[in-house]
Ligand binder design. Sequence first.
Ligand SMILES: [Mn+2]
Length: 482
Amino acid sequence: MELMTADRTFVTASYDADISPALKAFMKQGWAPDPIPPTEPAEVAPYAAKRRDGLSAAFTGRPIVVPAGTPRVRNDDTFYSFRPGSDFVWLTGELSPGAVLVMTPDADTPGTHVSTLFIRAAASRHDSEEFYRDRNYGELWTGRRRGLAETSAALGLPTRDLLELDAVLAGLSASGAVVRRGFDTDVEGLIPPNADDAMLATTLSDLRLVKDDWEIAQLCDAVAATVRGFEDVVRELGNARATSERWIDGTFWRRARVDGNDVGYTSIAAAGEHACVLHWTHNDGPVRDGDLLLMDAGVENRALYTADVTRTLPINGRFSDPQRRVYQLVYEAQTAALAAVKPGAHFRDYFRAAGEVMSRGLAGWGILPESATDPDGPDADLHRRYTLHGTGHMLGLDVHDCSKARKENYHEGVLKPGYVLTVEPGLYFQTDDLTVPAELRGIGVRIEDNVVVTQDGCRILTDALPRDPAAVEAWMASLLQD
Ligand SMILES: [Mn+2]
């Protein structure tokens, strides 16, 4: 039920009991003065200001509206846990639901914008019923939230109450404003679609390609937590064998929740032949001695940057000969791919480097014809029957970061210092693939690391996790000994 009071609309449920006038009066009084919490300026604030300047320059004279988005219904009156849209987070550092960034052209300094962050302000206990009656935002229901002044001081941005947003947007409806669509239907209802809305999304992806120092630090933080999560999983393999892949999924998720915000994407905990299902997320199969475990998982840290890491581990700690052969080929393909990641290289170069190593290896095993090893010949892509996916993608706030970037800046572009990428070749031999020797069927291997492009090559952010097969075995043995 939506209730309207003098200053707010708020949500109660049909099964909430009515409030008597006596209770209403009683709830208003006897509270200590509204607290004025100390505010430390957020580290992200100067970086976010610089990012807004970049966006401003791309849309001179045009109002820009970027909403955080609103909570999504899971069922009935229950919501998924809220995660704000990545473009909004990148521009503001704010994480609260329903918030909206409005950038309007600055009349005093042509060519620039004035930014205002609209947020749901904390409701006073003295003049509102919201704090004890609103199931979605009442502070006695969902916990304390920051006020306008507090948020403004933390983020270095002017703030206004979200209640004032509709009037502001109505004033912009005929101004040619561009909106980051797909996040907030209320906002979208107030500003008509614009041919340049798609360009706003594209521009934001383009601008997010090069990570600043603060973002690299966040990614290192996400990686460090992810490394701990993989260590947890190795230590818990005994319990996983006694239960299922779910134990692995839950073990990693616990680390993600304790050390970060969440997982950055649904974990893949694929034991045995499940490794050949690229997006195996049921994670409900058996974990058997003698099989491999392909684990693809990443912690999203508190600032919402995520790692994206895969390791393929022998469940009993030792690769069998066929497993080692497949692993070694993927390892060599990844080593070649990593060497191809450097500034000025074409994005596709490292795909090609991995593909050439795979083709030679598969031809050497008699699985592919010799003609497949000619990188310019008609059979150059036959290896893809077994490698299936691309060799990597951008990484940042989103696991598949900057997905709306112009292709000349991404898939058909060249690498620049500050780009963060995954390097993740894999080989997958399906159980029913008669083109491969029987002993290899059901084996799937992927090795995935996260790298930042530097001035002269790349730095592996995930090098705390071993890649080469002997080092993987030694690492597992050391974890199982402690
Ligand atoms: Mn990936």
